[in-house]
Ligand binder design. Structure first.
Ligand code: GDP
Ligand code: MN
Length: 381
């Protein structure tokens, strides 16, 4: 679950990391001017689950509270959505912007800390990035200091190392996959203030946390979903629509990511990502195929790629469901199927039998995902 800025800052505040004073305003709400009159300046920030708001004009600074309405008008006109919640904050006087992030290094399956000077909106371009990998699951101030001392004056580096060393424990307690502070502001008096926060909580740890927490983030998450993504969730699986050419039908996030990479490498970006939902039924292939047909009917879609990797559930059942779907009505786009099955899955149908069955229906079917993607690319590009 991705947290909106306002919720991310609230979470961090709970753990003692200061943020600017602020107030969340719903649609049409005015700031209570008694509260905010004496701030040295103001920031009005659209709350959406996307970054890069500054560059899109969705973060606006002004000096007098009387400019609030104008700032709001400009933001809402850019978004074309009057219901977007807005965060009104005091403008923190910033001496220096810093980028700090705790993330999971996917290949090492371990946390790592990233720190860069500058921060702000162009962090992707920075070449001065300190990467501090965890050792035995921990990152201490002593480990951080040598890396940040190359990027900051000593007395900032010392305090930054101590500050950043608090993040792994916060991430662990809160089950965060990502804890990114950009910018972290260094103030005149040497304090650190969280000016923007991007936090992502691991959905599989949701049961450890209050389900009613962070209603703004939940509402924004719901609103960011497409109608088909909603339907998919109702049917028991997770769909993310992406800008691409081929509908990808898989089960499990790992396989989906691998196939998306393979497809993209062959010039065929995927238009869908499918994953399992917590607490959902074991088998949702029939439902996935139903949604895939809808997606494939769109004019920009060139084809459908179905890849299964199956070891414990029945290959026969899955192939029968696939064949029934193919035969039910003509498919809107060409279909390419990959079958990788073993162990208990092949008790009543072998991989060769599955391939034979599909080919008898005129479907291009393969045992190797790379061969599948190459064939799809050759036919569709
Ligand atoms: P993003 O573009 O979606 O990441 O939105 P941010 O919240 O990071 O805001 C964009 C930029 O506004 C930041 O990179 C900062 O430079 C600036 N900014 C945001 N909050 C403050 C603040 O309290 N004080 C100052 N001086 N600058 C801020
Ligand atoms: Mn930011």
């Amino acid at each position: 679950m991705r947290l909106a800025e306002v919720d991310g800052k609230a979470l961090l505040r709970r753990h003692g990391l200061a943020g600017p004073c602020g107030i969340l305003l719903g649609a049409g709400e005015e700031p209570p001017d008694a509260l905010a009159r004496h701030w040295p300046g103001y920031f009005l920030k659209a709350q959406l689950l996307e970054g890069g708001r500054g560059k899109r004009g969705l973060v606006r600074r002004f000096d007098r509270l009387s400019d609030f309405r104008n700032a709001r008008r400009l933001i809402l006109a850019t978004l074309d959505d009057a219901d977007t919640p807005l965060l009104l904050e005091e403008a923190v006087p910033v001496i220096r912007e810093i980028y700090v992030a705790l993330r999971i290094d996917g290949s090492k399956q371990a946390i790592e800390l990233l720190v860069a000077p500058g921060g702000g909106e162009d962090i992707e371009q920075t070449t001065k990035l300190a990467r501090i990998p965890a050792v035995d699951g921990t990152i201490t101030a002593e480990m951080i200091y040598p890396a940040v001392a190359r990027l900051f004056p000593t007395e900032i580096a010392v305090r930054l190392a101590r500050y950043a060393a608090r993040l792994p424990e916060i991430a662990r307690q809160e089950d965060l996959e990502l804890l990114e502070i950009n910018p972290l502001a260094l103030t005149q008096d040497g304090g650190f203030i969280v000016c923007d926060a991007k936090l992502v909580r691991d959905d599989s740890a949701a049961f450890r946390h209050d389900a009613d927490e962070f209603p703004t983030s939940r509402m924004l998450g719901e609103r960011a979903m497409t109608p088909l993504e909603h339907s998919a969730r109702d049917l028991g699986f997770r769909l993310v629509e992406t800008a691409g050419d081929v509908v990808l039908v898989t089960s499990g996030a790992g396989l989906a990511m691998m196939m998306m990479d393979l497809l993209a490498d062959h010039g065929l970006p995927a238009a869908s990502f499918m994953d399992n939902l917590r607490g959902a039924p074991d088998e949702t292939m029939v439902e996935r195929l139903k949604i895939a047909r809808f997606l494939a009917a769109r004019p920009n879609i060139k084809g459908i790629v179905f890849q299964t990797v199956i070891a414990s559930r029945s290959l026969a059942e899955r192939i029968d469901a696939l064949c029934a779907w193919i035969e039910a009505e003509p498919l809107p786009k060409p279909l390419f199927v990959g079958v990788d099955a073993g162990h208990a899955a092949t008790r009543t149908m072998s991989t060769d039998q599955a391939i034979g069955k599909l080919r008898a229906l005129g479907v291009a079917a393969f045992t190797d995902p790379v061969a599948l993607v190459k064939a799809a690319a050759k036919a569709l590009r």
